[in-house]
Design a protein around this ligand. Sequence first.
Ligand code: SGN
Ligand code: CA
Length: 535
Amino acid sequence: MNKLKTVGFAIIPAALFNYSCGKKSPQNEEPPVRPNIIYIMTDDHSYQTISAYGHPLSKLAPTPNIDRLANEGMLFQQAFVENSLSTPSRACLMTGLYSHQNGQRQLGKGIDSTKTFFSELLQQAGYQTGVVGKWHMQCEPKGFDFYHILWDQGQYYNPEFRSNNTNGKYIKEEGYASTLITDHSIEFLEQRDKNKPFCLLVHHKAPHRNWMPEPQYLDLYEDINFPKPDTFTDDYTTRCSPAHTQDMTIDKTMTLIYDLKVLELKDTPPYNKEWNREDIEYSLNRMTPQQRQEWDKAYHPKNQKFIDQNLKGEELLNWKYQRYIKDYLRCIKSIDDQVGRLITYLEKEGLMDNTIIVYTSDQGFYMGEHGWFDKRFMYEESFRTPLIMCYPKKIKAGIKSDALVQNIDYAPTFLSLAGIEKPKEMSGTSLEPLFNGEEPKDWRTSLYYHYYDYPAIHSVRRHDGVRTDRYKLIHFYGKGEMANDKDINCNELYDLQNDPNELNNLYGKAGYEEITAELQTTLNKYRTDLKVDEY
Ligand code: SGN
Ligand code: CA
């Protein structure tokens, strides 16, 4: 029997690790070395823009350093979040619990900070713990020896950070967010106690809206014409009302001034909402004179050319798409560089072999699919996330997994790697049994999803649902609380094998009674077992 597992989860003295995780070691055998953990999570990074996933966009804008983690580790092709939004996703990560269990259902306040964070358990077991970058939750970073966190969503240029030694104050630092976050991650690694294992969470700000690239990449990809997704002009026929009433299209919601940085525009009805101009001006006015000069040098001629062309209709929409995708991919380029920089540091320090490196995002993102940006929906592009794990000791290089995994699984995975028993209330499951590339026979066959952030920006209605490897059942519900929204209670069913783009809602169609009933039973079971209190 596993020695550690008899100890319980709360406090495990480091001395106990003189035993191996599985068997009792002979007296003279070396104690097992617990792995270090580096968890890199970007903000809104779509799997479509990581070349290891092979999507056409990423072929034109490759990510060699992130791909290296996949080539030397494992690429999860069916990784999902439970609630496609920042703070809920971060709460799932920290607690291994679903949103209604950890309290963080919506973007704003909510986290139940009395819940155990996996960082606390690692810390109690002798790990040195650190978190750098976007924390975002409205509670202190619990269970961390080192923190260096951004204010709220953070700024791309010269952002403010708060850390252990700033007395609760946020201090502005000069530089680009992705670089600074890596600087402070390396600072944690440099100053750590080398006799202890570590767990470092590297939480990037990029590529979150409004996608401001770093100076050296302001013109990258300028001459490339990126292909639009097949569903770019989706008219949402067959769907319930939420796909029609959302406020997240590139056409209508995305603004020229704030999102696409055409400050030279004096008046752009109906997109001239004041906050657009004020917010981008705030972000630009905080630049150093040199940063600002480089910015204007790159954007001004491109913007002037755009204004002179006076584009309308489809041409205008195409221009918006190109500017959006290019700025987004420019931000990804910097992320990829910084992942490379971190790998180089780990190699130099001889840490690659005994460190598990995880790369993921807080959710997926629409790169124009269905005409959208942003996330929130249970449709594939926002529900699904990139997930790569590289750990030469236990994961064979270059393997791929199609097992259904979710962000509530990360905390249990890190605990099991550290030899700590998972608290029994934790809902997620350790991913360690998948590390040999095979899916255990009793692996889960479905996932539960629940989105709550309505009424809110982007007007996406509340919904929950289940996904199996082939089908997806979504239930939209709730009172209409925003302009023209009606009360709804509406279902959608997709066959992902025949309709991967989810254009054909099969709910209520003849021939689908049996699968619908089966999925409904699965959904009902989740709701009952997990004590879901609204749907
Ligand atoms: C901001 C963005 C939204 C985005 C949310 C949540 N608007 O409000 O577009 O959906 O964050 O993003 S912005 O004008 O401030 O950019 S999340 O990734 O933090 O969940
Ligand atoms: Ca996000």
